[in-house]
Design a protein around this ligand. Structure first.
Ligand code: FNR
Length: 357
């Protein structure tokens, strides 16, 4: 079972061009989207030899707990666009493979339903709604259904301009619902003549005026650890820490928000240097191989998120393909650790990296 099986395999049969472009595309000229992936190769790996790597340990540590993988499923919305089993398949695959799973505010299956089938390490991603009662209720529901962390996404005060979606007049059919939002009167996101209801709903409901004070209020009101997603500047990482967040999640939304922001692997070291001693640092963006996972962790990330790859596997073959994808990724991480002469993920540090080949 090779990871290559899932790389650049193109559009899955049955997936519309528009849905495929929504999955694969980014904002603007897609410069950040491409750079996220290509920038990992600027780091060369520097193996240590004559180390006993007969057994290697790929578990990571986050929020003081052991995670059974060094990677997790990043929060992504509307899995039903990609497979009829939707989040039920992705979450169950994460459970089967013991991979931490983040569910999105914009999921097409409710967080309560996901909780019943997801791994114990499950996290809820929150968008900040103008209506703060909705925010409080979502947080309360996440606490009640056993989510272990709250990820607040702050890099989307407004939606990025995704040209592929505009060109395709991308919109979703009536079968796609934002299930988490149904109690608050979110209608099915069926198409209208003026284009994507997703973009319109986002503009109407999501608060573009969120400030650190609002983050502090959410942190104060919840018992869950809060991780701030979408941070690219060291001083924002400090603000997140000072606002009471337990973690900062370095991300550029997979190149889907502001184009021409730096690839995440480039800004990760400066953020780790600034706050890594105080709070957990997570990252995502362009992670496609075991070598990518190892590079990010050697630079100081505690764990890395995978956005598009599990969704692509879902579109190709539902739950079993997602499980197979996780197995391949874990195999690739362990293989990389062995060839690198690192006995465990915990052993990784910057001595295993050098400047580009
Ligand atoms: C996303 N992402 C995202 N992020 C978030 O905080 N809430 C969300 O609802 C979504 N939805 C979403 C949908 C789709 C189709 C994609 C591809 C991405 C961003 C996601 O969490 C993550 O930051 C990136 O996908 C990571 O980059 P890679 O792994 O896709 O390169």
């Amino acid at each position: 079972m090779m990871l290559e099986k899932f790389a650049d395999v193109g559009r899955p049969p049955g997936l519309s061009r528009a849905a495929f472009d929504f999955l694969e595309g980014g904002a603007g000229d897609e410069i950040t989207l491409r750079a996220n992936e290509s920038s990992f190769a600027r780091w060369a790996l520097l193996p240590r030899v004559c180390v006993d790597v007969a057994e290697v340990d790929d578990r990571s540590k986050l929020d003081g707990r052991q995670m059974n993988a060094p990677y997790f499923v990043a929060p992504t919305g509307a899995h039903r666009l990609f497979h009829p089993d939707a989040e039920v398949a992705t979450a169950a695959a994460a459970m089967a493979a013991d991979v931490p799973y983040a569910t999105s505010t914009a999921a097409s299956v409710s967080m309560e339903e996901v909780a019943d089938i997801a791994p114990a390490e499950r996290w809820f991603q929150l968008y900040c709604f103008k209506n703060r009662d909705v925010v409080s209720d979502l947080v309360h529901r996440a606490e009640s259904s056993g989510y272990r962390a709250l990820i607040i996404t702050v890099d989307a005060p407004v939606l990025g301009i995704r040209r592929r979606d505009i060109r395709n007049r991308f919109s979703v059919g009536p079968e796609i619902r934002w299930a988490n939002l149904e109690p608050y009167g979110a209608a099915a996101l069926s198409d209208t003549e003026d284009g994507s209801t997703v973009a319109r709903y986002f503009a109407e409901q999501i608060d573009p005026s969120v400030k650190w004070r609002d983050i502090e209020r959410i942190v104060d009101a919840t018992s869950l650890p809060v991780w701030i997603k979408g941070v690219l500047r060291p001083e924002d990482a400090e603000r997140a820490r000072d606002s009471g967040a337990s973690g900062v999640y370095v991300s550029n939304h997979g190149g889907r928000q502001l184009d021409r922001v730096p690839p995440t692997i480039d800004v990760l070291p400066s953020i780790v240097d600034r706050v890594g001693g105080d709070i957990d640092v997570l990252m995502d963006g362009g992670v496609r191989s075991g070598a990518d996972v190892v590079t990010a962790i050697a630079l100081g990330a505690r764990a890395v998120g995978l956005g598009r790859p599990p969704l692509s596997a879902l579109a190709h073959g539902g739950k079993s393909a997602v499980i197979e994808y996780f197995q391949s990724m874990s195999g690739d991480v362990r293989h990389t650790l062995q060839l690198l002469g690192a006995q465990s993920v915990q052993d990784l540090d910057r001595s295993f990296l050098t400047s580009a080949i």
